[in-house]
Structure formats: C-alpha cells, structure tokens
Design a binder for this molecule. Structure first.
Ligand SMILES: [Zn+2]
Length: 95
C-alpha cells in the first residue's frame, strides 16, 4: 500500500489531477484514491510538502464547497439540489 501512495504523490508533484485520472493512471478504483488521500496528506506533512485540493464546485449554480472537511465528493449541491458536482483537482506542493 505504501507504494501506491508514493505513486500518487509522484503523479501529483508533476501536475494537477482528479481522483478519476489518478485511478486510471494507477489502475485502482476511484474510491481507493480517496481512501489514500488523508494518509498521504498526513505523511507529506512530515516531509515539508502539502497535499492541496482545489475546492469542489457545483456545475449548475456555481456554489463552491469551501468548508468541506472530507476529501470525497459531496453527493449533491445544497443550494440548487443538483448532483452535477465538478471533480476537484489534487496537487502536491513543496515549500
Ligand atoms: Zn448548485
């Protein structure tokens, strides 16, 4: 499992990617990507790097989910009750 996390980190140091793109690049399920993200965020904190996520936003009304604490995608928009939530892009940045 450690190797998958390192591969995700390597991918995200080069470019921004969505969870789906990461899952396709590594041949794992999208849910597994979301499972790894909190652990990756923790381990990077000790390396002077940081995992950042561009906020989710609603494709219908433009609502931005700025106060999300979890990494996974919200089911639907609380404002317009629609389910077209744009996928966030993840990125690893150093200091
Ligand atoms: Zn909306």
């Amino acid at each position: 499992m450690g190797t998958v996390r390192q591969e995700i980190i390597n991918l995200l140091m080069d470019r921004e990617m969505t969870a789906r793109q990461i899952s396709q690049a590594l041949g794992i399920r999208e849910k597994e990507v979301y499972d790894h993200l909190p652990n990756i965020a923790r381990s990077l904190a000790g390396q002077g790097k940081k995992l950042i996520a561009l906020p989710f936003s609603c494709m219908d009304c433009g609502h931005v989910f700025t106060d999300r604490k979890r990494w996974s995608r919200p089911g639907r928009c609380p404002i317009c009750k629609n389910g077209h939530i744009q996928e966030p892009r993840f990125r690893v940045v150093g200091f």
